[in-house]
Ligand binder design. Sequence first.
Ligand code: NAD
Length: 452
Amino acid sequence: MTASQVINPATEQVIATVEPTGAAAVDAAIERAHRAAAGWREVAPGDRARLLRRFADAVDADLERLAALEVANSGHTLGNARWEAGNVRDLLHFAAGMPERLLGHQIPVAGGVDITFHEPLGVVGVIVPWNFPMPIAGWGFAPALAAGNTVVLKPAELTPLTALRLAELALEAGLPADVLQVLPGSGAVIGARFVTHPAVRKVVFTGSTEVGKQVMAGCAAQVKRVTLELGGKSANIVFADSDLERAAATAPYGVFDNAGQDCCARSRILVQRSVFDRFLELMEPAVRGLRVGDPAAEETEMGPLISAAHRAKVAGYIEPATKVAFTGACPEGPGFWYPPTVVLPDGPQDRLVREEIFGPVVAVLPFEDEAEAIAMANDTEYGLSGSIWTGDVGRALRVSRAVESGNLSVNSHSSVRYWTPFGGFKQSGLGRELGPDAALAFTETKNVFLAS
Ligand code: NAD
């Protein structure tokens, strides 16, 4: 097996080589995880909680190193990378509260006692994309471990470094061997084996809708539990009665964060026609002023795209006939740079409006009234995220109930808090991660009747 090179997308330099896990090693790791699961589920809840807290402390002590690794491997800005490592730390602390709260029920019955247990599944396979390597790994492994499962985790081919470091930190913190294993390498070899290996009882897949469908179909053969976190084409809906200055000034952060490589990116901005031109006027300086460049610099707001191939895909959306309203700046190279780009599509059927571009390109469209805004927001196969800007509380409530999406924010562009549930409607996914019930998704409920 030849080692694969890890590239810094801001410099195009090779920063590491990683040995991909071969098929036999994947099976061996799953079997070790299966054996370890028998012991891990028996660790007393309080002891499991203590180990997760120690893991969180180890992440905290290593935070700057993890952040620097992510900046170098993924081109994330330093500010974002620190937030991402902190997100894993905080989620581990949150998950440490779960083992002692996986409470069953005692249900009244005649002739005995009826009780329920939340039992761990066994081995959980977590498959991670390249766009948020640390948080998405943590969203899978933290609640799965808390519920008493062992985890085999596959980072994306392009971004294995922080996941490998997190596995080292878990061991240093005292988690037993084989409770959390990270297997770098190919999706077709490792991820696909998580789907077919009978000892893996659940797959948590985050990635494209296309591969997610294959994972779901594969899991069906064994009725394997599956959580899917897939693509998005979320709407940022701006009503004329909103604080237009704020909506326009923050709109770039709602879509260009992580260079638009964000499943929650509000890549369609729907603006009420009466304020459409004014909104664009207000948004333009915010886009032109975005600080795009060296991701390791404290002040940088947007880094490069992940690879040359991905940049070519993003660039392919902008055709000679595309109406570009304005763009921001970006460095010349080396590095896989692409400027923040605001386009005026031909209409709702334009592929700029329909497809997940996963880069710093946003389509802005007008709507007439509330009913049309809702219809346009829902005119997509996706349903992950979105924002609603309005000064009218009633409208905020009506529109947020009507938009078919798992995570909405009103007068804000933020999407994710580890203590609130996260997941998609329609083809954006299946199941929920995070939130107070995160550990339950990694258990089976068993009902036992004891005759008296
Ligand atoms: P991808 O689907 O190409 O790959 C995701 C992961 O799946 C990688 O680790 C890959 O190696 C693995 N994989 C590839 N083929 C596989 C197979 N046949 N079986 C099992 N695993 C396989 O996605 P990507 O390009 O890495 O990530 C971008 C996509 O992820 C975007 O569509 C984005 O919206 C989505 N995403 C969704 C969320 C969410 O929470 N909904 C979060 C982040 C990213």
